[in-house]
Write a protein that binds this ligand. Structure first.
Ligand code: BGC
Length: 747
C-alpha cells in the first residue's frame, strides 16, 4: 500500500519536474548547473526555484563564507556544535551513534539554512599518512558502509541532503587535483566502491560529490565509466552529483557525463565550465541541450526531496543549532570513540581520591583543534581541551600542574583563517596557470623536487628551533613528573599534519615527542600516555609504556570525555577502525605510495593494504585493526551457525562481561576462505555489533552473514561471484584476537 502510494507520488513528482524543465530557458537551466556564489548554485526566481545552499562539512556546519571571496565572513552567529570527526565516530563502531551524529549535523545544517551538507567523508584509508584521513572512517569497506548509511539517514531526516564524498578513491592529498590512479576493477569493486554503493542505495544519499583525482585516465567529475556506468546504470542512482570544488576541467566531457552541478573555489562564476562555455557549445550545436535537461532534472529531484520546491514546501523542517541535546550527542560519541590501546597493571583508571597532585604534560593537553584541517574546520561554540576537562572533573582539591613539555612553533598555534585563501592560490596555480599544466613530466618532477627541497630546508630550520627550545621544556617536564601522584602526557598531532591538501611526510610524532616520552618513561613507569590525532603514529617506546590511550579529534566535548575515561567514570569501548603499523616502512604504500612519478600512481597492491596486507605478509602491527581494551574483560562462547533462507547463515554466540564494571564490547566477524580458487585476503570483516553488558552479565548475539558477504569480484565475468566450498568464520575482539571459530560450507 505504502509502496504504491510512494510510486504514485514519484510519478507526480517526475511529471512536475518535466513541466518545470519545459518552462525553462537555456540560460535558466545553465544558471542551475553551476555555482552562483562560492557555496550556492543559481536560482530561477521566475519559476520559484531557489538556489541550492551548500556548506561544509563533516565535523559541524562550517562558518559562513563571503559570496565571492574564499574568506570567512567574520559573523558572530555561525558558531556551531563541533562534532567528533568521522575517524572518531568510526572508532565507536556504533551504528546508532552514527545515526545520531548524522541527525545532529543535519539539524544544525538546516538550522543554519543549508540545503546540502558536504558530508560524510567516506574514502577508504589506503595510506596512514593521507592528510584527510581524520575526516574519513576506516580502511575497511564493511565498517565504513555500515556507519555511513545511518549517518546519511540521520542527516536527511532534517530535510537536508547529505553529500557523500569524495567519489571515488580519493586516497591522497599530494597532487590531489591531477593525480591519475590506476586501479584494477576488482579492487575498485571490492574496496573503494562498496561504501559509496551502500550510501546511495541503502542510505539513499540525495547527493554525492565527485572527487578531484583521476581514475584510470579520467577525472572523477568527468568520468563516464564511474558516473554513468557505475553510479547511474549499475546502481540506479537518480540523485544529484556535485563536483568537488574545482574538480571539473573540461566542458564537453563534464557536460556529457552525469555530473549535475559544478562548484569551484574561484569567483569567476560565468566562466565555470558548465556556465558560458557550456552555453556556447550548445548554441553551436556541439552539445545537445538534452544533457543540461538531465542535470536540471536531477537537481530538481533533490530539491523536491528536500521540500525546497513542490507541494510539501510548507512542512520542511527548520532544524536548529547549538541545542543542548547536540552537545550531549557529541559527548557520548567522544566517550565511545576513545581507544585504550594498552593498560598494563591497570594503571588506568586513576582514582581521583588518591591524587593530591597531578602533573599534565604536553602541548595537546591545551590545544584547540576545531578551527583547522581545511574544509572540515569549525567555528566551535566551545571546545573543551583535555587539560580543561581534567581540571573541571577534579575540581579544586587536587593540585593540577601543567607543563607544556615540548615546543610547538608559534605559527601552528594561531587560528589559521587564511588557510583557504592560500589553498585557492595553490589550486589556481594548477587550474589556471597554463605553464604549470603544460609542463612536461620531467619539468614537473624537477619543480616538485625543488619544492620538496625548499620544504625540507624550512623543516630543518624549524627542527633546529624546536630542538633548541625543547631542552628547557624537557627538563621542566621531567622534574615535574618526578614530583606527582600521577602524570598524564597528552601529545599527538594537530591540523598542521592532519590537513587537507597535504600528506604527512612520515608517520612519526612531531616536535621530538618520542625523545620526551623516552625520558619520561625513565622517571615514571606509570605515566599515562594519551594522544589526540587524526591518523596513526609510530610509537617506538610502546613496549616500555604501560598505558596508552588514543583519541581522534573528538569534538567540543573531547576534554570531558577524556577525564571521564581517565578517572573511570566511563569505561572505554572504542576500537581501532584502522591498523596502527609499527613503522611506516611496514605499510604497502611505503613501496607503492604517493611519491613515485608525479601525477601518477598505480594501486598495485590491489585490496592488500591495511589489515589485509599485514595478514598476508605476516607482519605484526603495533596495534591491529579492531583492537581496543576496556576496564573489564569479555568472554566469548558457544558459536552456532544455522543456514537460513537462500545461503544466508545466522551466527549465534554469547558474550559475557567477566569483570566488575559495566562495559560495551565490539564483537567482530571475519570470513576467511579456505582453499579459495582465487587469491583473496586471509580474512575480511563482514559483520559486527556493539554489545552493552553489566558486570557479570552475558548476552546472546545473533548476526547474519549474507551470501554476498562470501563473494569476490570476478573481473572476467564483471560481477560478484560466490564460490562453493568451506569458509572459516572467525568471531573475535579484534582482527588478531579471534575467540571463536566455525566452518561454513557453501554448496
Ligand atoms: C574539498 C571538499 C569540500 C569543498 C568545499 C574541497 O576542497 O575537497 O571536501 O567540501 O572543498 O569546501
Amino acid at each position: 500500500m505504502l509502496k504504491r502510494k510512494n510510486k504514485e507520488a514519484e510519478k507526480k513528482r517526475e511529471k512536475a519536474i518535466e513541466k518545470l524543465v519545459k518552462k525553462m530557458t537555456l540560460d535558466e537551466k545553465i544558471a542551475m548547473v553551476h555555482g552562483a556564489t562560492l557555496f550556492n548554485s543559481g536560482a530561477v526566481e521566475r519559476l520559484g526555484i531557489p538556489g541550492i545552499v551548500t556548506s561544509d562539512g563533516p565535523m559541524g556546519v562550517r562558518a559562513e563564507f563571503m559570496e565571492d571571496r574564499w574568506l570567512p565572513a567574520g559573523n558572530q552567529d555561525d558558531m556551531v556544535s563541533y562534532l567528533p570527526s568521522n575517524s572518531a565516530l568510526a572508532s565507536s563502531w556504533n551504528k546508532e551513534l552514527a545515526h545520531t551524529v548524522g541527525y545532529v549535523l543535519g539539524a544544525e545544517a538546516r538550522g543554519r539554512g543549508k540545503d546540502v551538507i558536504l558530508a560524510p567523508g567516506i574514502n577508504i584509508k589506503r595510506d596512514p599518512r593521507c592528510g584527510r584521513n581524520f575526516e574519513y572512517m576506516s580502511e575497511d569497506p564493511c565498517l565504513t558502509a555500515a556507519l555511513a548509511v545511518p549517518f546519511i539517514q540521520g542527516v536527511q531526516e532534517n530535510d537536508v541532503a547529505a553529500c557523500v564524498k569524495h567519489f571515488a578513491a580519493n586516497v591522497q592529498e599530494t597532487d590531489r587535483s591531477m593525480v591519475d590512479e590506476t586501479i584494477d576493477e576488482r579492487t575498485l569493486y571490492e574496496i573503494y566502491l562498496p561504501a559509496f554503493k551502500a550510501a546511495v542505495q541503502e542510505g539513499d544519499s540525495y547527493s554525492i560529490m565527485g572527487a578531484y583525482n583521476k581514475i584510470n585516465g579520467f577525472h572523477c567529475c568527468e568520468n563516464k565509466r564511474l558516473l554513468d556506468g557505475i553510479l547511474r546504470e549499475e546502481w540506479g542512482y537518480d540523485g544529484a552529483v556535485i563536483s568537488d570544488w574545482g574538480g571539473i576541467h573540461k566542458t564537453k566531457e563534464a557536460a556529457e557525463c552525469s555530473i549535475d552541478l559544478e562548484m569551484s573555489v574561484f569567483p569567476d562564476f560565468d566562466d565555470y565550465k558548465l556556465a558560458n562555455p557550456l552555453k556556447e557549445l550548445i548554441q553551436k550545436g556541439e552539445i545537445s541541450e538534452a544533457v543540461v535537461d538531465a542535470k536540471v532534472r536531477n537537481l530538481l529531484r533533490m530539491m523536491y526531496r528536500l521540500k525546497m520546491i513542490g507541494p510539501k514546501k510548507e512542512s520542511r523542517k527548520a532544524g536548529t543549532y547549538n541545542a543542548p541535546a547536540h552537545r550531549e550527542a557529541a559527548l557520548r560519541t567522544a566517550q565511545e570513540s576513545m581507544i585504550l590501546l594498552k593498560n598494563e597493571d591497570q594503571v588506568l583508571p586513576l582514582d581521583p581520591k588518591k591524587i593530591k597532585k597531578l602533573v599534565v604534560i604536553g602541548a595537546n593537553a591545551a590545544t584547540l583543534h576545531a578551527n583547522g584541517g581545511g574544509s572540515a574546520e569549525i567555528k566551535a561554540l566551545y571546545e573543551i581541551c583535555p587539560l580543561a576537562g581534567i581540571k573541571m572533573y577534579l575540581g579544586g582539591n587536587t593540585q593540577v600542574e601543567y607543563v607544556k613539555g615540548y615546543y610547538v612553533p608559534e605559527k601552528l598555534q594561531e587560528s589559521d583563517v587564511s588557510w583557504q585563501a592560500t589553498s585557492v592560490d595553490d589550486e589556481k596555480g594548477i587550474e589556471v596557470g597554463q605553464a604549470v599544466r603544460d609542463e612536461s613530466s620531467e619539468q614537473a618532477n624537477a619543480r616538485h623536487r625543488r619544492d620538496a627541497e625548499e620544504r625540507l630546508k624550512a623543516q630543518e630550520r624549524e627542527q633546529a628551533e624546536i630542538h633548541e627550545k625543547n631542552e628547557k621544556l624537557f627538563a621542566q617536564a621531567i622534574e615535574a613528573a618526578k614530583d606527582a601522584d600521577a602524570v598524564i602526557f597528552v601529545g599527538g598531532l594537530n591540523h598542521e599534519f592532519d590537513v587537507e591538501g597535504f600528506d604527512r611526510p612520515d608517520m612519526k610524532l612531531p616536535y621530538e615527542q618520542d625523545l620526551l616520552i623516552d625520558a619520561l618513561l625513565q622517571v615514571r613507569k606509570d605515566i599515562v600516555l594519551t594522544f589526540v590525532g587524526g591518523s596513526p603514529v609510530e610509537m617506538p617506546w610502546r613496549e616500555q609504556a604501560k598505558t596508552i590511550l588514543w583519541s581522534y579529534y573528538a569534538g567540543m566535548e573531547t576534554g570531558n570525555a577524556f577525564a571521564k575515561i581517565i578517572f573511570g567514570e566511563v569505561n572505554p569501548s572504542g576500537k581501532l577502525a584502522e591498523t596502527f603499523p609499527t613503522r611506516y616502512e611496514d605499510c604497502v604504500t611505503a613501496k607503492n605510495g604517493q611519491f613515485g612519478v608525479w601525477g601518477k600512481i598505480t594501486l598495485e597492491e590491489g585490496p592488500y593494504f591495511g589489515y589485509r596486507h599485514f595478514d598476508r605478509q605476516h607482519i605484526a602491527p603495533a596495534f591491529c585493526f579492531g583492537h581496543g581494551l576496556s576496564y573489564t574483560e569479555y568472554e566469548y562462547s558457544g558459536l552456532t551457525m544455522k543456514k537460513e533462507k537462500g545461503r544466508d547463515i545466522k551466527l549465534t554466540f554469547s558474550v559475557k562481561n567477566i569483570g566488575k564494571r559495566a562495559g560495551a564490547e565490539i564483537v567482530q566477524v571475519y570470513i576467511a576462505p579456505i582453499s579459495a580458487r582465487t587469491a583473496r585476503p586471509d580474512k575480511e570483516l563482514k559483520a559486527f555489533a556493539k554489545v552493552e553488558l553489566g558486570a557479570g552479565k552475558s548476552k546472546k548475539v545473533s548476526l547474519t552473514l549474507k551470501q554476498e558477504d562470501f563473494a569476490y569480484f570476478d573481473e572476467s565475468l564483471h560481477k560478484f561471484v560466490t564460490d562453493a566450498g568451506d569458509y572459516e568464520i572467525l568471531v573475535g575482539a579484534s582482527c588478531e584476537d579471534i575467540r571463536l571459530r566455525g566452518i561454513a560450507t557453501l554448496s
